[in-house]
Ligand binder design. Structure first.
Ligand SMILES: *Cc1c(COP(=O)(O)O)cnc(C)c1O
Length: 387
């Protein structure tokens, strides 16, 4: 699969027209990513995990495509509700819900929840009697970049007791869910989790509980500096196993990164250079407190396309703020750069702008939609192509 990547001429024209830093979002790429999952997992309900990138244009596109939404907070539920999205299309998939989150869920009509411990049962039953609930199961996965199972998921051996307690509290105990961890490049964890869930579905059936929904979570990967996973193959293989173990069950999945990660490019610019501690330093106009927040929160190593050729040197890249933490990369190989050089950062849509701050007075980087701005820069692109 070829993912959204601006040409050098487009980068120049966009920087010229909108200035930098600038995030460019392709809604066509969002659609391609959604369709790739939908086609390889037919009938599976796709709940877009809004936390990966809550941009309203992405949410609206998923809605147009017939998608559903994984929301985790009062703010996400309110935003989708404001956008006119039916609460029946949302699952409040935060196993540890806040009081205000439960209040907003009740107010806007979200009544599907996930949980992973006993203390959550009473909270859900009080806020939304009879709510539909899925128990989140823990899966260990050494092949995920971000391991969510350190924080969430009940052990398989406590699952039946928790399901029984939830049922006794009057909740509609509908099924199980899991999350193999984010940027998971190996299907082994999925296959293991499916096996565990199959055993639990059968054990629950023996106790008279008829589980009917399985939520296989998120985790699908995007290209990194070193590998380009084939998600069509991964999804097809997972789907095959899902149908083998769960021929009749309603299946949900909750992709975040895969839907939005490849749909956004960042254009940033070198604003200063200096030599320090025997290394070359480049200061960019977007930083660790901005789009590059994923370096910290998402453990992500970004590709920097400089459009220059030559011998590479190890360099330090820092952001524009006055804090010394604001350093994105050290010893990053790069062709020597100068003030004004434009840098393209592809695959920049997940866990980037979503966790950016306005620290030190630097506004969040503007996001424009490629299919909309293309018309505006078309003349400049044609001119550049002609010379
Ligand atoms: C973050 C999250 C997701 C999305 O995960 P990705 O790895 O981005 O696909 C899905 N479900 C839940 C419950 C999450 O917390």
């Amino acid at each position: 699969m070829k993912y959204f990547r601006l040409s050098q001429n487009a980068v120049k024209a966009l920087a010229d027209t909108y200035s930098t830093p600038l995030l460019v979002l392709s809604l066509e790429q969002i659609e391609l990513n959604y369709n790739l999952l939908a086609e390889n997992m037919p009938g599976v309900k796709i709940y877009y995990a809004v936390k990966a990138n809550p941009d309203e244009r992405i949410v609206r596109k998923i809605h147009e495509l017939g998608g559903y939404f994984d929301v985790a907070s009062d703010g996400e539920m309110q935003m989708l509700n404001r956008m006119g999205i039916d609460s029946a299309r949302m699952v409040y998939a935060n196993p540890m819900k806040t009081a205000s989150g439960l209040k907003v869920a009740h107010a806007v009509g979200v009544n599907k929840f996930t949980f992973d411990c006993e203390s959550e049962i009473g909270k859900m039953a009080a806020a939304e009697p009879g709510a539909t609930v899925l128990l989140r199961i823990r899966v260990d996965n050494p092949h995920a970049l971000v391991d969510l199972n350190k924080k969430f998921g009940a052990h398989a051996d406590e699952a039946l007791a928790l399901l029984t307690k939830a049922q006794a509290a009057g909740l509609d105990v509908a099924g199980l869910c899991f999350h193999v961890g984010s940027q998971s490049t190996d299907n082994a964890a999925y296959l293991e989790a499916l096996k565990t869930c199959r055993e639990l579905f059968s054990a629950a059936a023996e106790r008279g509980m008829n589980l009917r929904i399985l939520d296989i979570g998120g985790g699908f990967p995007i290209p990194t500096l070193t590998e380009e996973p084939d998600v069509a193959v991964m999804a097809a293989e997972i789907y095959k196993a899902v149908r083998q173990y769960f021929p009749e069950t309603e299946i949900w999945s909750e992709p975040g990164r895969y839907i939005c990660g490849t749909a956004v490019n960042l254009i940033t610019q070198v604003i200063g250079t200096k030599e320090r501690n025997n290394q070359q330093w480049y200061f960019l106009d977007d930083g660790l407190y901005g789009t590059f927040s994923g370096v910290i929160f998402d453990h992500w190593d970004f590709e920097l396309e400089t459009f220059k050729t030559g011998k590479k040197i190890p360099a330090t890249f820092a952001g524009p703020s006055c804090d010394s933490l604001d350093i994105m990369f050290r010893d990053k190989p790069t062709v020597p750069l100068e003030i004004g050089d434009l840098i393209l950062v592809p695959n920049c849509g997940a866990y980037t702008s979503a966790s950016a701050t306005v620290f030190n007075g630097f506004a969040k980087t503007q996001i424009v939609v490629w299919e909309e701005v293309y018309e505006e820069i078309k003349a400049k692109l044609e001119l550049a192509a002609a010379v």
